[in-house]
Unconditional design. Structure first.
Length: 133
């Protein structure tokens, strides 16, 4: 049984802190050479939210084709470290016309079932939307 603890290690590389990847190049966590830590956090919100939304639709028997997740974020310039203020997550999916209403209502379940979103400071507003294509 897991005690809930997991481990990651960052190493100091040529261009900053890196997340080692087996059999591949490390991920550099520095905006000039990869993605900044803030961008990585926003991307984690989008990926986790996307996986949760896929599962919600699957469990609701709503067949869907996922195309992409778009993320927009805003930082708070009024606070010293300019932390995240708002993240907007838009899922681009294709579903049958008669299931669009149910698929749209299902988006509200994402935040409450996404561990990344649940781990954010409650002051960060997270808005999820779905666009049908």
């Amino acid at each position: 049984m897991s005690n809930g603890q997991n481990e990651l290690q960052l190493i100091s590389g040529e261009h900053g802190f890196e997340l080692p990847r087996e059999g591949s190049e490390n991920w550099v966590l520095r905006k000039e050479f990869g993605y900044s830590p803030v961008q990585s956090l926003v991307a984690a919100v989008g990926a986790c939210g996307g996986y949760v939304y896929q599962e919600v639709l699957e469990n609701s028997k709503i067949p869907a084709v996922f195309h992409k997740v778009e993320l927009r974020y805003e930082r708070n310039p009024d606070k010293k470290a300019e932390p995240l203020k708002r993240i907007e997550v838009t899922f681009f999916v294709t579903v049958a016309e008669e299931l669009k209403g149910r698929a749209e209502r299902s988006v509200r379940l994402v935040s409450q079932h996404c561990p990344v979103i649940q781990s954010l400071d409650p002051a960060i507003e997270v808005v999820e939307k779905v666009e049908f294509i």
